[in-house]
Structure formats: structure tokens, C-alpha cells
Design a protein around this ligand. Structure first.
Ligand code: FAD
Length: 335
């Protein structure tokens, strides 16, 4: 365990903060030992993966549990394969490993930063696929029940950028492994518009999963800043979901508004479009600002702190509410 440990290198926004106690979780029993220690000392606890979806606003007066659990195993079931990855594995590393083994389904989720253990927290999604479509179960330590527990995909209560781990089980469940149901059949999902355009332009009619992964990587690299070069946490706001009635009202004023119909009859609005319309693309406020190619990505340009980040987020939220009567919701977890 490290005392007063710096966290700047453990969050992709590169915010300077420290944890009174930082403990590395290298085997499942470390989870129980660390939580017991925190309980005895009444320390508040946070869980940390790759730090690509968190914002530190102050030093942590407690214990950060940094997940470094490693290992991947697979079990074939007919045309399916159940892949179990430990929570500290790199997400993109897992995607690449599965492709090499001929286990298909994860290709659209290539290059998402972070760890396997954090992937179910916000039900990561990209290019027409969400994690929930592939999860068989999630395993970990339940702090309420003081027991190891397997949650089925249904019990995880996944929805858009949400799960039970952000609701009832927030900070009550330390994920140690995730089991995914993948396929041995190479039939990729290319329903997403940007992928269809990519393959049309390349003259490829039936791409392989490997080609889909390469396309996703190429598209992401062309528009998303690399957090190792430009500190960021990806999309800073979720795409807001509005009623059809509000959509109609807005479309009469903003006919170009980018929207995606949802299965429940509501409509998801592209938050990036809202920010761009409102002139936030490339706009800086002090040490932080919105990326000049991707309006939704908040960048820490000059060692800004959590307050700088939240001030900018608040200014944007107010502006969007005023212009469009839409409430934005911050995607990363604020500490
Ligand atoms: C450039 C960039 C692009 C991105 N693109 C996407 C995208 O396309 N789609 C998408 O969905 N997200 C995207 N993200 C967000 C981010 O990559 C994901 O949310 C990722 O799953 C976070 O993983 P992490 O390990 O870094 O989690 P962290 O940031 O360390 O933690 C995130 C949350 O999970 C909790 N947590 C972490 N590990 C565990 C555990 N083992 N058990 C329980 N709780 C845990 C943390 O306490 C925190 O609340 C992007 C981020 C960046 C920087």
C-alpha cells in the first residue's frame, strides 16, 4: 500500500490529485483484504481501472483500489465461445486477443481505452454495438452481501451508458472478471453509418471482423484525440434522450438536428451536434477546452484541475439548456 500516492498518472485527464492510501489489487483475495482494512479504519473507498472515465476534483481522503487483475480464459460451446477476462486486463488488448483467436463480436468496440472491469459500469458502446449484447455474466465482490457473486447480464440492468453498477450497486460491487459470449462465426455488425461509408469507399462488400476492427481504429484515430498525447476522458456528455414531442418542436427551429430514434419511442440527440451548433467546438476556458475536431471531447490543455473542468462543463450545460431546453448529463464519474 502507498501513502499519499499521486494520481495524475492514473487518470487520462491528467488531473493532479492524490489518494491517502493506494492499494494495488493483483489477486481476487486482495479485494476482500483491502475492503476489510478500509472498513476497520472507516476509510472511504474508490475503485480505479485505467482512469479514462473519471474526473478528480479533490484529493481522496481514503483508499483507492487500483485493479491490476490479469488473465484470460475461454470455453467453447457449440458455435459460441465464453471468454472470461480478469478485470485489470486492457479492454483493447482483450479485443485484439479475441480477434487473433478467432472469437468474434468485440470488433466494433476496438480502441476504447480502459480496463475490462470498468467496461460494464457504463455499458461501453461504439459503432453500433454495446457491451450488453455480449455479456454473459459479471463476477465480483458484493459489499452488501459480503460475498462473491455472479450477476447475469439481465441482473446487470444495462441501458445506454448505464448499469446497476452506476445505480443500486455503485461502489457496492468490485468487479473482478467479466464473461463474454462471443461467436466462432465471422459475421461482423456493420449497421453503423460511418462503417458502411468506410467500406463502400474501400469497395469492400462483406468485411471480416478483422477489417471492421481496423476500420473502427482508423476512424477513431482520425477524430479522437489520443489521451497519452492530449489529456481527455473521451465524450464528456451523454447523448440526451428526449420525447418525440420535444424533438418535433426543436426540429421546427433546427431542421438539421442530428437524432436517433430509440426502441421505446423516445429520441436520442447527438450531444456533439448540440455543442457544435452552440459554438463550443474548439472553445477554450482557461486551462481546459473542447476539442477542435470533436466538440464533445473535453481536453485538459494546460494542467487544469477538477474545478476548471467542472466550470467549463457547467457553462456548457447552462448554454445548452438555454438554447435547446435540453439538460446535458456528464458521462465520467466525478470524484
Ligand atoms: C479517448 C477516449 C475515448 C473513449 N471512447 C469511448 C467509447 O467509444 N465508448 C464508451 O463507452 N466509452 C468511451 N470512453 C470512456 C472510457 O474509456 C470507458 O468508460 C472505460 O470503460 C473506462 O475504463 P477505465 O478502466 O479507464 O475506468 P475508470 O475511469 O478507472 O473508472 C470508471 C468507473 O468504473 C469504476 N470501476 C473501475 N474499475 C472497476 C472495477 N473493477 N469494479 C467496479 N468498478 C470499477 C470506477 O470507480 C469509475 O466509477 C472513452 C474514453 C477516452 C479517454
Amino acid at each position: 500500500m502507498r501513502l499519499n500516492a499521486p494520481l495524475q498518472g492514473l487518470n487520462t485527464l491528467a488531473i493532479e490529485a492524490s489518494a491517502k492510501f493506494l492499494i494495488e489489487i493483483k489477486k481476487p483475495s486482495d479485494v476482500v483484504d483491502a475492503l476489510e482494512l478500509a472498513k476497520c479504519n472507516e476509510w472511504p473507498v474508490i475503485f480505479l481501472g485505467g482512469g479514462s472515465n473519471i474526473v478528480f476534483t479533490e484529493d481522496l481522503d481514503g483508499m483507492a483500489m487500483h485493479c491490476l487483475l490479469k488473465g484470460i480464459s475461454a470455453e467453447q460451446q457449440g458455435d459460441d465461445v465464453l471468454v472470461t477476462a480478469q478485470a485489470g486486463e486492457s479492454w483493447h488488448g482483450l479485443v485484439q486477443y479475441c480477434l487473433q483467436q478467432g472469437y468474434y463480436g468485440l470488433e466494433n468496440l476496438s480502441l476504447i481505452p480502459g480496463t475490462v472491469g470498468a467496461a460494464p459500469i457504463q455499458n461501453i458502446g461504439a459503432y453500433g454495438v454495446e457491451l450488453e449484447q455480449l455479456v454473459e455474466s459479471v463476477y465480483g465482490w458484493d459489499l452488501n452481501q459480503q460475498a462473491w457473486r455472479t450477476l447475469s447480464a439481465e441482473e446487470c440492468q444495462f441501458s445506454y451508458r448505464n448499469s446497476i453498477f452506476k445505480q443500486q450497486l455503485m461502489y457496492r460491487f468490485f468487479i473482478t472478471s467479466v464473461t463474454l459470449r462471443l461467436s466462432l462465426n465471422d459475421i461482423p455488425n456493420i449497421s453503423y453509418g460511418a462503417l458502411q461509408q468506410h467500406f463502400k469507399a474501400a469497395g469492400i462488400q462483406s468485411p471480416t471482423a478483422q477489417q471492421v476492427s481496423e476500420a473502427v481504429i482508423a476512424i477513431r484515430q482520425s477524430k479522437l484525440p489520443d489521451p497519452t498525447k492530449l489529456a481527455n476522458v473521451g465524450s464528456f456528455f451523454k447523448n440526451p434522450i428526449i420525447s418525440q414531442q420535444q424533438q418535433q418542436q426543436l426540429l421546427s427551429q433546427f431542421p438539421d438536428m442530428v437524432c436517433y430514434p430509440q426502441t421505446d419511442g423516445r429520441v436520442k440527440v447527438a450531444a456533439g451536434w448540440l455543442l457544435e451548433q452552440a459554438g463550443w467546438k474548439g472553445k477554450k476556458m482557461g486551462a481546459v477546452g473542447m476539442h477542435d475536431q470533436q466538440s464533445l471531447v473535453l481536453i485538459n490543455y494546460q494542467q487544469g484541475d477538477g474545478k476548471d473542468v467542472l466550470d467549463l462543463a457547467e457553462a456548457i450545460e447552462e448554454d445548452i439548456a438555454q438554447r435547446f431546453s435540453i439538460e446535458l448529463e456528464i458521462e465520467p464519474k466525478i470524484f
